[in-house]
Write a protein that binds this ligand. Structure first.
Ligand code: ARG
Length: 443
């Protein structure tokens, strides 16, 4: 017990322990301890015999953790203490492993390793969903549907164009997670508790062994820093928010009112009461999971706000926000992929909705612009045509031909509304094909 004369209060112990959630850091903690022990021996700080005993002990520890046979004790406060305690049971050299290291630089190093691996796994899931979107876009290159603003039919577009919008969002997410990998690639280990350690350690060697690109230049900053966790959470918030919009569109499109899309049975659920129902629960969850990650980001900002340097126990509260965000985002990315890859789209229903003549009003206005009318005036004239058609119940085409001239007829052919969007990034087929090519090249 050292300097303490009574044991910790059980409630204090309960809120102080982090083992229940930080045990998943074990592979990183073992890797770190191996690198640290090798460095200590290399720098002549511990004997090579002790190093070998530590490495052999860590092999056993790793084996026990991997198979679930590791003997945890109720008194293990966190995974770091548990591993060191077990190692020391296995070999007396274990008591030397913590030389020139503090739990403060040890913890943040594990969290950096975890964050880097999580960002890499997230990048793989993003690439896989991107591939699914691209593949489904390629299969539906020229399927028209309405594009919406204010959830009102606005202008027709191709399904490929719509799906590719999500592809490009995900490419920005990819860049953000690449930046997370970089932010988590500065080694904190070697900072000690806060001020550095009393030995000439070789931090570069540890960095190289653990795959860090560089070594933190300031020990105080090293043990206080959780910026890379912020970076993961911020990138995850944006990415999950993108997926929430996809989820919402799937919910709309699979409704009878839209009828644009059917999810595979594997991604749908039934109702306990209404036998006819096929519900898009997974898409609804894509919608609802995003704010949970946003909440984790806000919570960590709360934890870090005005926190004095350097380590404070508050920092233990970084982990659950990070872990739950990683798990949630990976689930969302993989669920979105599963839904998109196996969904069926309904050409007829989409084309009928896209065939609503009123949605070519902009094209009629542009026809007048080509004839020399100023756009604002053209906008007014076409607006009137739409009003007359609506009030009289006559087809838009008839009123347009009557009021704007016979050229209106060709403009109101559906293919021309779509193929007229020739500007770079527009929905015309040549432009969509450019996008598809650029997207393929990126993957
Ligand atoms: N479980 C703790 C954490 O995650 C370990 C760090 C404790 N360090 C200390 N000096 N008390 O932050």
């Amino acid at each position: 017990m050292g300097r303490f004369s009574e044991p910790p209060d059980p409630l204090f112990q309960a809120i102080n322990t982090s083992l229940a959630f930080d045990r998943r850091l074990w592979p990183h903690d073992v890797a770190q301890s191996r690198a640290h022990a090798k460095m200590l021996a290399g720098a002549g700080i511990i004997a090579t015999d002790d190093r070998d005993a530590i490495l052999a002990g860590l092999d056993t520890v790793e084996q026990e953790l991997a198979t679930g046979e590791f003997p945890f004790l109720a008194s293990d406060e966190d995974i770091h203490m548990a591993i060191e305690r077990r190692l020391t049971e296995l070999t007396s050299a274990g008591a030397r492993m913590h030389t020139a290291r503090s739990r403060n630089d040890q913890v943040v190093t594990d969290v950096a390793l975890f964050t880097r691996a999580a960002a890499q796994e997230t990048l793989e899931a993003i690439a896989s969903l991107s591939d699914a979107l691209l593949e489904v876009a390629e299969r539906h290159v020229d399927w028209p549907l309405p594009g919406y603003t204010h959830l009102q039919r606005a202008q027709p577009i191709y399904l490929s164009h719509h799906l590719l919008a999500y592809f490009w969002m995900l490419q920005r997410d990819r860049e953000r997670f690449e930046a997370v990998v970089e932010a988590a690639s500065v080694l904190p280990l070697g900072a000690g508790a806060l001020a550095g350690v009393n030995f000439e350690t070789d931090r570069e060697a540890v960095a190289a062994e653990l795959g860090f690109a560089s070594v933190s230049p300031n020990s105080l900053d090293a043990v206080s820093n959780r910026d890379f966790v912020f970076d993961y959470l911020a990138a995850a918030t944006t990415c999950a928010t993108h997926l929430s919009r996809l989820g919402q569109e799937i919910v709309l499109w699979t409704s009878s009112e839209f009828g644009f899309m059917t999810l595979s049975d594997a991604w749908s659920s039934g109702s306990s009461l209404m036998p006819q129902k096929k519900n898009p629960d997974a898409a609804e969850l894509l919608r609802a999971k995003a704010p949970r990650i946003t909440g984790h980001l806000a919570a960590l900002h709360g934890v870090m706000h005005a926190l004095p340097l350097t380590y404070n126990k508050d920092l233990q509260e970084d982990k659950e926000h990070l872990f739950d965000s990683v798990d949630t985002l990976l689930d969302c990315l993989r669920a979105a992929e599963g839904m998109i890859r196996t969904a069926r789209f309904h050409r007829e229903a989409m084309a009928t909705a896209a065939g609503d003549e009123a949605i070519a009003a902009t094209d009629l206005a542009d026809m007048l612009v080509r004839q020399g009318v100023a756009f604002r005036d053209a906008h007014g004239k076409v607006g009137e045509v739409v009003r007359v058609a609506e009030e009289s119940g006559r087809p838009l085409k008839d009123v347009a031909v009557e009021q704007l001239g016979p050229e209106s007829e060709a403009v109101l052919e559906q293919a021309s509304w779509l193929e007229s969007k020739v500007s770079q990034g527009g929905t015309s087929l040549p432009r969509v094909r450019e996008q598809l090519e650029a997207a393929r090249a990126l993957l």
